[in-house]
Design a protein around this ligand. Structure first.
Ligand code: ARG
Length: 475
């Protein structure tokens, strides 16, 4: 093939006298990563053909032959039979080339009143909407796993309890269900953020053309409706250059990733010999190539590790976007790899964590023993004094002295309280195993009374989220 001939493969060959340099193609092609958009490109093209037919820019025979060609292309992709040509720069040019091969002149009309700029933006919005819905589904699945574990640990009186920490120092006992639910609440916010991002991004850019719309009588609102978008764009420049929906997706995944990282970090700690709070199932843990005794929490570690990558993907995209004048610039092609990467990786992380947690077992005895550390009853002693009318600051000082005495003398806090004039028998009873956790009675607190209430609040929040998710699935 001569240069002249090979240039004919390019969609934009008309005003060029020579074909593209090899280095240009090597540097600018996006096909290797944007082929995942094939399905969404076809969805966009189907809507566009129908729009062209409505506008009488295609006869019904022409429209039909393009639709048939698009269906064949769809089948070729589904069955892995689609053949790419060396001139295919990206998935959009590849599909248009094939449609033109199949439908001839009618195929050559497919790009009427359309630019790759609105085409790419349309396909990417469709992909993002569908994939974020799947991400949200997996988020809700992990919420279910956490709530199931919380249910098994119990919410009411006599439920499993553990030390609650601040600064990773033992602070006050909390119910295990309360701790697990804390993560569920942050994940429910992630799901909610994803839902609202999907709604904000659910605007069709199709019909914006390269940047300014078209002189031909197309109706963007009808194609928008056909693709399940909330509406069509109001400003063509914005439509082709807006990547807020990608940035929001990446932020939502970055924050979700941070939540998974924190959860992962706890599981790394909990499964150590030192903590011994939980044990992983063999199917969700890994061994060491050298140390035969090792059982590692690699899923939890990678959940922590991937969060850096998610933040990097967000930072990279924002940096790409920040200097761009309106409207489309080729820099925008850089939106895809971080998006695809974050979506794919977070889906894997969510499923792996769900599997890991649902198959893990908690060591109730270890957790409760650690929570029965008498010093963790210190606040209960101070609050006992408050109930006797002593100002909290003074109560805090009295208990502080008792704690210091206990540490220095090696006498238990319980025995010291029992022997002290200030405290005595009733105060000492607060230091018995399992008592402390039941003392947290205020709404939203870590004890059994608010626990039962929280279970109902969770139920309601999950129901609302599941409802929104099902609405999205139906688009
Ligand atoms: N693959 C490109 C992208 O993802 C296609 C857009 C090219 N448009 C253009 N005007 N050169 O952004």
């Amino acid at each position: 093939m001569t240069e002249q001939e090979s240039s004919r493969g390019q969609l934009w060959h008309g005003r060029f006298s020579s074909g593209p340099a090899e280095e240009l193609m090597a540097f600018t092609v996006s096909l290797p990563f944007d082929k995942v958009l094939w399905h969404d490109d076809i969805t966009g093209s189907r809507a566009h053909v129908n729009g062209l037919e409505r506008a009488k820019l295609l006869s019904s025979e022409e429209a039909e032959s393009v639709r048939v060609a698009l269906s064949q292309v769809h089948d070729e992709f589904s069955s892995g039979q689609f053949n790419f040509a060396p001139s295919d720069e990206d998935i959009h040019t590849a599909i248009e080339r094939r449609v033109t091969e199949l439908a001839g002149n009618a195929g050559a009309k497919l790009h009427t009143a359309r630019s790759r700029n609105d085409q790419v933006a349309t396909a990417l919005r469709l992909w993002t909407r569908r994939e974020l819905t799947l991400v949200a589904g997996r988020v809700l699945d992990l919420v279910d796993v956490l709530v199931a574990s919380a249910d098994a640990a119990g919410w009411g009186k006599g439920s499993v309890y553990m030390p609650g920490y601040t600064h990773l120092q033992r602070a006050q006992p909390v119910q295990l269900s309360h701790h697990l639910a804390a993560h569920a609440w942050s994940l429910l916010r992630d799901a909610d953020r994803i839902f609202s991002a999907i709604d904000r991004g659910n605007i069709s850019p199709l019909g914006a053309g390269a940047l300014a719309g078209s002189s031909l009588p197309i109706d963007p609102s009808l194609t928008a409706k056909e693709m399940g978008f909330r509406s069509a764009f109001a400003n063509s420049l914005d439509a082709v250059s807006d990547r807020d929906f990608v940035a929001e997706a990446l932020f939502n995944i970055a924050l979700l990733g941070v939540h998974l990282s924190r959860l992962g970090e706890e599981w790394v700690l909990w499964t150590t010999e030192e903590f011994g709070f939980a044990k992983l199932d063999d199917t969700y843990s890994t061994g060491s190539s050298m140390l035969p005794q090792k059982k590692n929490a690699d899923i939890a570690e990678l959940a922590r590790g991937k969060s850096g990558r998610f933040i990097g993907n967000l930072t990279g995209l924002l940096t790409t976007l920040k200097g761009l004048p309106l409207a489309y610039n080729r820099d925008l092609q850089e939106d895809k790899e971080p998006l695809f990467d974050s979506v794919n990786q977070v889906k894997l992380a969510l499923s792996a964590l769900s599997g890991m947690i649902s198959t893990a077992t908690f060591n109730k005895e270890r957790m409760q023993l650690a929570a029965d550390d008498q010093l963790m009853a210190a606040t209960d002693l101070a609050e006992w004094m408050v109930r006797k009318g002593i100002p909290f600051r003074q109560a805090h000082a009295h208990v502080g002295e008792l704690v210091q005495k206990s540490i220095q003398s090696g006498t238990s806090l319980h025995d010291l309280a029992l022997a002290s004039d200030l405290f005595g028998k009733f105060a000492a009873e607060l230091i018995a195993p399992g008592v402390g956790v039941s003392m947290r009675t205020s709404p939203g607190g870590a004890g059994p009374v608010p626990g039962e209430m929280q279970r109902q609040q969770l139920e309601l929040a999950i129901e609302v989220a599941r409802g929104e998710w099902e609405d999205l699935l139906a688009i």
